[in-house]
Design a protein around this ligand. Structure first.
Ligand code: PLP
Length: 475
């Protein structure tokens, strides 16, 4: 165990070791930090209890445990760390702990070169920013910081590194990390505009294909494409697999989803009807209600070319607007019931996510540009033969080949208003997507194979990790 000082008291941090064994047999240690220990006061025992609990003080205490406690635990366990990778600013206080360490080392050598200390820390830290949305960037008043951290740090220096008015964890990370990236090409451009003067590179996100392939697709890939799990670029060989095999695997996933929906909600969907899916965190900028902007038009489209809709998602506990949107969607589903079969699956988690991304035919994604940093559910969908229908933001800017891997809603940039994008969505559904499903089944199957060949062969976590390893970790 190690101790950190919070609010003037020592708080003991206990590590738990979880060892994940990868499918190639490699062992990956995961260290989980815990303050629920007898040596701590009741209040401090709860610091690691809940992800979204309490207010700003509670959040800062968690970040002290993660950032400062994290470094101390790694040192105590004698890990040799070459690069610290900060995912978001949450762990950015670790840079202050490294400052202490480096200064103590310099002092022992009789040296005193502040520029050299900063350079060394920047060499050993990488920072990934994950969202252009303001609420994703932690900020703390210096009053709060002083209350929790006391004299741990030199406040004049901290204000220089992390912001004069408030401690901005993103700014602290930007200033002390020698490598900074966003999670898609477009997101890196957006981030450079948000943080003038900083170079922001791009490592586009990817998904772990072995985790996200439905059993029917895992079987098909296993038979036709050796090594697809740990070298997913070979998924481009799906092009030599017969259309029927791909179609059948997807139909199996679709039936499994409908069985799950019946069991959980009692709603019966029709496997012959094209099915749109939308499942993700329910929050304003993702515009979960965009599809339902004009119910008359939506019903007119369904009258000509029937379709059904599956939705799922939770809101952040503090996101009142997100919760209201979920309520509004439930009301709307009831109103549409006679004409369009829609179902909202409760209890959204990874299991439900996997069953929806694999069982829907069209994966709908409607973020308001440029607010979606990457998005990943569409990658999971493509891996399972679903076709993406999405506004051009985040990862889809890089993956969309119109009429080949899926379709864009609206243009790239220009007018990104709700009204314009809703119109573009209806036009695409009415004139392109649904007629294709009904009238050109061969073209649809061709597109499914194109999506599998192009999307998961690149947007996978192996390619992503290689990029991080070669560009951020082994600089
Ligand atoms: C993939 C996934 C997400 C991310 O979805 P986006 O479309 O990228 O917002 C969110 N939640 C769960 C449970 C997921 O599996």
């Amino acid at each position: 165990m190690v101790a950190v000082r919070i609010g003037g008291r020592p708080v003991w941090v206990r590590p738990w070791l979880y060892v994940h064994t990868s499918s190639t047999g490699h062992k990956i240690p995961v260290i989980l930090l815990d303050t629920d220990h007898d040596a701590n006061q009741a209040e401090d025992r709860g610091i690691t209890n809940t992800l979204y609990g309490g207010g700003n003080e509670y959040r800062l205490r968690q970040e002290v445990v993660l950032g400062i406690g994290g470094v101390r635990i790694l040192r105590a366990l004698e890990f040799q760390v070459r690069t610290f990778h900060l995912n978001e600013g949450h762990a950015a206080l670790l840079t202050l702990e490294l400052l202490h360490e480096r200064r103590a080392a310099e002092k022992a050598l009789g040296a005193n070169d502040p520029a050299h200390v900063y350079a060394e820390i920047r060499n050993s830290c990488a920072f990934t920013t994950h969202t252009p949305v303001e609420a994703g960037h932690d900020r703390f008043s210096y009053e709060t910081v002083h209350g929790e951290l006391g004299d741990f740090t030199d406040y004049e220096e901290l204000r220089r590194l992390a912001g004069n008015d408030r401690l901005n964890m993103t700014q602290l990370a930007l200033n002390l990390c020698g490598y900074v990236n966003g999670v898609a090409l477009r997101h890196a451009e957006t981030s450079e505009k948000m943080f003038p003067g900083y170079r922001v590179r791009a490592v586009t996100n990817g998904v772990h294909v072995e985790t996200w392939a439905h059993a029917a697709f895992a079987k098909l890939y296993g038979e036709a494409i050796p090594h697809w799990q740990h070298e997913p670029i070979v998924l481009m060989r799906i092009l030599h697999v017969p259309d029927e095999a791909v179609w059948n695997a997807h139909q199996t996933a679709k039936r499994d989803l409908f069985t799950e929906i019946r069991a959980r909600t009692g709603v019966e969907l029709d496997p012959a009807v094209p099915t749109l899916g939308f499942a993700r965190r329910m929050t304003g900028y993702k515009r979960p209600t965009l599809l339902f902007s004009d119910l008359e038009r939506l019903q007119a489209i369904a009258g000509k070319t029937p379709f059904q809709v599956v939705l799922a998602g939770k809101a952040h506990p503090h996101d009142t607007d997100g919760k209201n949107k979920i309520r509004w969607i439930h009301d709307t589903i009831r109103r549409l019931d006679k004409n369009i079969r829609c179902v909202f699956l409760p209890g959204y988690d990874m299991e439900i996510a996997k069953s929806i991304v694999s069982g829907c035919d069209v994966w709908l994604n409607t973020p308001q540009p440029p607010l979606e940093a990457s998005g990943t559910s569409g990658m999971k969908a493509a891996l399972n033969g679903a076709l993406n229908l999405s506004t051009l933001d985040g990862w889809w800017v890089e993956a969309c080949i119109e009429g080949v891997t899926g379709w864009a809603i609206g243009g790239d940039g220009g007018d990104v208003s709700d009204a314009t994008h809703a119109g573009a969505l209806y036009d695409k559904l009415e004139h392109v997507v649904l007629p294709l499903y009904y009238n050109q089944p061969d073209k649809w199957r061709w597109m499914m194979k194109q999506a599998i060949a192009v999307v998961p062969s690149y947007f996978n976590s192996q390619r992503m990790m290689r990029r991080y390893a070669s560009e951020a970790y082994l600089r």
